[in-house]
Structures are given as C-alpha cells and as structure tokens.
Design a protein around this ligand. Structure first.
Ligand SMILES: Cc1cc2nc3c(=O)[nH]c(=O)nc-3n(C[C@H](O)[C@H](O)[C@H](O)COP(=O)(O)O)c2cc1C
Length: 359
C-alpha cells in the first residue's frame, strides 16, 4: 500500500482537510479518520481492506495499491503544489466548438458582472499630492512606438498563410540568440551563459524555450516544431493533432484557424540549477511574459494581429510537445496572423446582439 504522494493536509478545527492537489479533490477528515490516516502514513502496511475507514481512504485515492509516479522537482513542495495543483483545471464541460464557447463565456461574464467590481486602488481614491504629467507627446518616432500602440488582442483570424521570412523574424527577435550581441558580452559572464535575447532572462539562463505550431506557413509542413535558438533552426516534432487548436486551449475555438503560434515553455531544471528557492518559479512566468510581449510587438510591426492565452489544456499540450513528466513545462501560448482586427469572434457578437434585442 502507498500513500498518494500528491497530498497536503490543512488543519481546520475540528477537522483536517486532505487535499489531493493533482486530482483537484478535497476531503474533510474528522479525528477518527485523521487518526487512522496518521497510522497508515506511519506504516502503510497496516492497511486492512476489511476496515471501513481504510476502504474509504482507498476509494478516495488517498491510499493506493500502486506506487504513484511523482515528477522530479528541484524546488520545495510549495511551488510543486502550486504548479501541479493549477494544472489541468477541472472544467465541467470544455466547449466543443465556437458556439458552445461563446455561450459559456457570455454566461460567465454575466455572472461575474452580478458581483461588485473591486474598489479602486487606495492611492487612486485620494486626490492629494497629485502631479499632473505633461502630455505624452514626445513618443519616440519609428516602428517601436507604433507597434506598442497598435498591438491588441484579436479573436478572429482569416487563416491566411504567413510567410516563412515573417516567422523567422518573429522567432529570431523573440527567442533567438542574437548574433548582434555576441561581441558585447561582459568578461565576467560565465562561459556557456553568454547567449543574449531581445528580452531579459532570469540569471541569463534563457530558461524559456518555444515550440512553433504551424497551421498555415508558406514553405513549412503543418505541425509542431521545436525552435533551436542557438542555430536559429526548427526541428520537426510531429504533425498537427487531430483535435482543433481550440481544444488544446481550454475550448477557445475561435482561434482554430490561427496560422501560426508559439507555445512558450520554461526549463525549470535550468532555474533550479542556479536558484534553490522556489521564488524562482515566479520568475519563469515573468520571463515568459517578456517573450510573449516581444513576440506580439514583432508580429504587430509586421502588420499581423495577435492573440495570447495561458489557458492551456496542460496534459494535451504536454503530450503534443513531448514534455510529459518533464522539467520543461509549457506556460503560455501566443499566436498571430491576418485579421480584420475584431476583438470578439462573430459568434459571441451574434449572441450579444440577440441578448440586446431581447432586452
Ligand atoms: C496573462 C494573460 C492571459 C490572457 N489570457 C487570455 C485568454 O485565455 N483568452 C483570451 O482571449 N485573451 C486572453 N488574454 C488577453 C486579454 O484579454 C487582453 O490582453 C485584454 O482584454 C486587453 O486587451 P488588449 O490586449 O487588446 O490590450 C490574456 C492576457 C494576458 C496578459
């Protein structure tokens, strides 16, 4: 007999909350049950199938007949609980198509809007000591300012093909190791950690990596590719999955014909090699955010529109990228393509219109 390795226990007088964070289940144990669990933790071989509590703990998955596989984790339990506990979030029903998604999203927004919005920040509630800033008229000229202003999240794409040159530029400027900076590395930088990207990187480790999803790029077979930043090359991983892209992104089907996208991953093993404390886990996301923004600005500067999400159907994405039980984990997705710039998909707009007409 084995104790489920993905449990943590919270004291909540008069009971104990046993939380199976991998399977998103919680159980409240009274003194009798928690005492019995403590005995089984002390020696799982004391398990007795005839014992009612033991049988219940077994059927709840708190105890298991088989050894449950645990991933290798280089930080403390806190980040592990958070990372695994927020994966594959339970969803009663993943929308199968764009109509289902639109309905579900609209219902969700309607429900949220029935509760009051959070108050303004304390510093914004007082009018004291205000310094009025001059008009931001001194914007730097050129494509950066333009890209910053034009970048917006779109949710309708034409599906039109994107050129390979465009994809190459996107990857080089977002994730590539810049040749232009090779002669600009300080002497103190440790050998092997000299590669520099357009985005800053925690500890100079370049822990973030990218997998390109190709649906419609001229000159590239549709499929998944790993980007290799040192060589600026792509290695083919596998063809596109049978299920539409939206299925991998928690049912956001409006995105199914996005021509190209990037799954941004983080090499936790690199981070925990240099940074022992699990606070470094936060940095993985901060770095992914930098890369996502750069990708969007480069895409915008090329006349493309962008979309992004952190709502990954983790187990499917990991399988697709070949990262199951790996120290490299997918964190974010960003994509781009031609669009008429619509913020909302047609199907959601139609529902909103219908709702407006009913009122
Ligand atoms: C961390 C993060 C997660 C997001 N996730 C989603 C998402 O799952 N689906 C989506 O359609 N948009 C997503 N967005 C886009 C936001 O809805 C969008 O940025 C916001 O509405 C502001 O619009 P703008 O990007 O056009 O300025 C996300 C944005 C961020 C920064």
């Amino acid at each position: 007999m084995h104790i489920n390795p993905h449990l943590f226990i919270l004291p909540r007088t008069p009971g104990q909350i046993v939380w199976d964070y991998k399977n998103h289940k919680q159980f409240e144990l009274n003194l009798k049950y928690s005492t019995r669990l403590a005995e089984l933790i002390d020696d799982p071989n004391n398990f007795n199938g005839q014992h009612t509590i033991d049988a219940q703990l077994l059927s709840a998955g708190i105890i298991s007949t088989t050894t449950l596989v645990t991933v290798e984790w280089g930080w403390d339990e806190l980040s592990k609980i958070f990372h695994i506990g927020t994966k594959n979030i339970p969803c009663n029903h993943v929308p199968h198509d764009i109509h289902e998604w639109s309905k579900q999203y609209l219902d969700h927004c309607t429900e949220v809007l029935t509760t009051p919005a959070p108050q303004a920040r304390a510093c914004e509630r007082s009018a004291d000591a205000l310094t009025v800033l001059p008009k931001p008229c001194r914007l730097p000229q050129g494509s950066l300012a333009e890209a910053l202003i034009k970048r917006k999240t779109c949710r309708a794409f034409t599906g039109e093909a994107v050129s390979l040159e465009s994809v190459s530029t996107l990857l080089y400027l977002s994730l590539g190791y810049l040749h232009e900076r090779e002669n600009d590395i300080d002497d103190g930088v440790v050998e092997g950690l000299g590669a520099r990207r357009s985005s800053p990187s925690g500890g100079g480790l370049n822990a973030c990596e990218g997998f390109l999803l190709v649906q419609n790029v001229i000159g590239l077979e549709p499929g998944l590719y790993a980007y290799r930043p040192a060589e600026h090359t792509l290695s083919f991983i596998r063809p596109l999955p049978v299920q539409p892209l939206g299925q991998l992104l928690c049912g956001q089907h409006f995105i199914n014909n996005l021509p190209v996208g990037l799954f941004i991953t983080s090499r936790f093993d690199k981070l925990w090699w240099k940074y022992e404390h699990s606070r470094a886990y936060r940095m993985a996301y901060v770095e992914a955010g930098h890369i996502s923004q750069t990708f969007q600005l480069v895409a915008t500067a090329q006349g493309l529109h962008t979309w992004l999400t952190g709502a990954l159907t983790d187990n499917q994405v990991e399988a697709l990228l070949g990262l199951e039980d790996s120290a490299e984990q997918p964190l974010f997705f960003v994509g781009c393509g031609q669009s008429d710039g619509q913020v909302m998909c047609m199907e959601l707009k139609a529902l909103l219109n219908a709702q407006g007409q009913e009122q």
